[in-house]
Design a protein around this ligand. Structure first.
Ligand code: 0O2
Length: 221
C-alpha cells in the first residue's frame, strides 16, 4: 500500500512543482533586470553567472524521508524551501550584498530567511549568502506564494563549493581529516583572494575616477 501511495505522490509532485518553475522564471527576470541596470550605472556586470534548478520529485522524496516529513503536499510546501533554487555568482563580495539588498527591498518579495555564511562560515569553510524568499505567482484561478532559495556567492566561493561537493560524495560524506583540514585552508585562501581582488578593483575604480576628473578639468579650463 505504501508503494502505491509513493507512486501517486511522485506523479502529484511533478504537477505540484510546476508552480515553482513559474516562480523561478519570475525571480530570474528580476535578477536579469537588476544585472542590466547595475551595469548601466556602474559600468560593469556584478553577476558573472546565474543558474537555476528545480528539485526533482526523487530528491524531494529523499528529503521527505531524511527529515521525517509527512507524505502530503502541504507538509512538503511548509518544510522544503529549496524546491526552486537559484545560484548567483558575483565578481566581488560587495556585489553579493548589493544584489541581495536589491532583491530583499522589492515590494512583491517577502524575505523568509537569510543565512550569512560569509560573515559566519560553516566549520568546513563553506561560504555563501542564502536567502529564502516568497514570490506571488498568478495562475488562471488563484494566486500562490511560492518559496525560492537564492544562493549568492563569489566565483572563488563557487569554485570551492563545487569541489567540496564532489569530495563529500566521493568519500560518502565522511571526508578524511587531512583532506577536511586542507579544504578549510583552501576556503580561507579563497576568502583572502576575494578580498585582494576587491581591493584591486576599488583601486582601479579610483584611478579611473581620477583620470576622468583630470580630463574634465582640462575641458573646463
Ligand atoms: P543541493 O543538492 O545543492 O540542493 P535544508 O537542508 O536546505 O533544509 P539547511 O541545511 O539549513 O536546510 O540549509 P542551508 O544551510 O541553507 O544549505 C542548503 C544548501 O546550501 C545545500 O543544499 C547546498 O546547496 C548548500 N550548502 C550548504 N552547506 C554546504 C557545504 O558545506 N558545502 C557545499 N558544497 N554546499 C553547501 P542541499 O539540499 O544540501 O543540496
Amino acid at each position: 500500500e505504501n508503494l502505491t501511495q509513493l507512486k501517486e505522490l511522485k506523479t502529484e509532485l511533478t504537477r505540484f512543482t510546476a508552480v515553482y518553475k513559474f516562480a523561478l522564471d519570475e525571480v530570474n527576470t528580476k535578477i536579469n533586470i537588476l544585472n542590466e541596470e547595475f551595469s548601466y550605472i556602474h559600468d560593469y556586470n556584478p553577476i558573472e553567472h546565474c543558474s537555476s534548478r528545480l528539485k526533482s520529485p526523487e530528491s524531494i522524496l529523499k528529503k521527505i524521508f531524511k527529515k521525517n516529513i509527512d507524505f502530503s503536499l502541504d507538509a512538503i510546501k511548509e518544510n522544503i524551501k529549496d524546491i526552486a533554487g537559484i545560484r548567483i555568482t558575483c565578481s566581488f563580495k560587495s556585489d553579493i550584498y548589493a544584489i541581495s539588498d536589491m532583491i530583499e527591498k522589492q515590494k512583491d518579495i517577502e524575505l523568509i530567511d537569510r543565512k550569512d555564511y560569509i560573515k559566519n562560515p560553516k566549520p568546513n569553510g563553506y561560504q555563501s549568502l542564502h536567502l529564502i524568499v516568497k514570490v506571488p505567482v498568478f495562475l488562471s484561478d488563484r494566486e500562490e506564494s511560492v518559496c525560492v532559495e537564492i544562493q549568492i556567492r563569489t566565483i572563488a566561493m563557487d569554485f570551492w563549493a563545487s569541489l567540496e561537493h564532489k569530495i563529500y560524495y566521493k568519500y560518502d560524506k565522511a571526508i578524511p581529516n587531512r583532506l577536511a583540514n586542507e579544504l578549510k585552508a583552501a576556503a580561507d585562501s579563497a576568502s583572502a583572494l576575494d578580498d585582494k581582488m576587491e581591493k584591486i578593483h576599488n583601486e582601479v575604480k579610483e584611478l579611473k575616477n581620477e583620470s576622468l576628473n583630470e580630463q574634465l578639468d582640462e575641458v573646463l579650463d
